[in-house]
Design a protein around this ligand. Structure first.
Ligand code: ASP
Length: 356
């Protein structure tokens, strides 16, 4: 049977990846006010890739690039940015065998986590990457990061949102930016790598991925984040001396719908019953309040110490070993869903995409 030109075109595209360029240092160029997203990134990237050795070029999958306007420094991203990237992938989903998202590193971990919640049940890869140095900077990490992201995004076994950076492949909901300058700026404190570059090979560890458990069609959840993009979900880290009036001022604001608390160690807070009263009060009003540890690695266990034992009773949800990025993006995602409060709380405590 002869395929019509449209079908042939669609089939060809199914063999390709879509690269979505959102901005970030990777494509930035110097301007009067400092680095800002530069023009013509697709052409600049093509030129840079042509300069690579033939052996690297020939191993790359074919791809098309689409830019998300306006290009941003990811420090300006909001939940609406996450929604736009998720919506674009969902819209183009059937036409491509995998996706690469080029993103600024500052808030990359939030976007990656949010994409994982929006694009649940993925049957193909979505790989997010960026760079600490602009593409054209001497010794830039940009090209290596793009090459690795393209290679992993062409995988048949990777079926989740992942982040590739400095030769390592992380689960998108498990990654944090840990360094403001080093090329290996990311880490995954509580979950092992999904893959890594070994010499010139890109090795995947499928037993650690979601692909092994992925069944059936994708179950995307593309709710609008519009009512949650202006600070309605807040993040609050403890400090010695924090007082109930301060907690009340932040959590009690009528605009606040949810909050992520970062507590001491295993999930402790100062021995002040008024703090728990504030928390019980706002949970009672239906606000979604969760807590994780301030420690970069490990898990929160409410009740391990007397200093944390009242949290569960107050209605605070344990974020266990989630990263701050994954926990905050999950609060936003669940608050955007048409769910009852009980279901929302239940889903927060349930691993949706390997985030806890
Ligand atoms: N400020 C930049 C951004 O997040 C940093 C980077 O991309 O590395 O967009």
């Amino acid at each position: 049977m002869k395929k019509s030109p449209q079908l042939r075109d669609a089939a060809r595209r199914c063999e390709r990846l879509l690269v979505i360029y959102t901005g970030g240092t990777i494509g930035m160029q110097g301007g009067d006010a400092g680095l800002a997203p530069g023009e013509d990134f697709p052409m600049r990237l093509a030129r840079a890739l042509e300069g690579l050795p033939a052996s690297i070029q020939s191993a790359l999958p074919a791809f098309e690039i689409e830019s998300l306007e306006p290009l941003i420094d990811s420090s300006a991203a909001t939940p609406l940015t996450w929604q736009r990237i998720g919506a674009l992938i969902a819209e183009r989903f059937d036409a491509y065998k995998g996706f690469v998202v080029l993103h600024g590193t500052d808030t990359l971990a939030f976007s990656a986590a949010s994409l994982a919640y929006q694009l649940q049940g993925l049957d193909r890869p979505v790989v997010v990457t960026g760079a600490m140095q602009p593409l054209e900077a001497p010794g830039s990490d940009a090209l290596d990061n793009v090459v690795g992201a393209l290679r992993f995004a062409a995988s048949e076994t990777l079926k989740e949102v992942a982040v590739h950076f400095a030769g390592r492949l992380y689960r998108g909901t498990r990654v944090v930016k840990r360094h403001s300058e080093a090329p290996d700026a990311f880490e995954s404190p509580n979950y092992p790598l999904l893959g890594e570059r070994v010499g010139s090979d890109f090795v995947e560890y499928p037993a650690r991925g979601l692909g092994a458990t992925q069944r059936g069609a994708p179950r995307f959840e593309l709710a609008s984040y519009a009512g949650l993009a202006q600070g309605e979900v807040i993040r609050l880290a403890l400090w010695p001396g924090i007082s109930a009036w301060q907690l009340e001022a932040l959590l009690g604001d009528v605009r606040v719908k949810g909050a992520l608390l970062q507590l001491w160690g295993a999930g402790n807070l100062p021995d002040d019953p008024e703090l728990l009263e504030v928390l019980a009060g706002v949970c009672g009003e239906g606000k979604l309040i969760a807590a994780i540890s301030l420690c970069p690695a490990g898990s929160a266990h409410f009740g391990a110490y007397a200093a944390g034992s009242g949290l569960e009773q107050a209605g605070v949800l344990s974020g266990a070993d989630m990263t701050p990025e994954a926990a905050l993006a999950k609060l936003v995602h669940l608050l955007a869903q048409p769910l009852s409060e009980a279901d929302r709380r239940q889903r927060f405590l349930t691993p949706l995409v390997g985030e806890r």
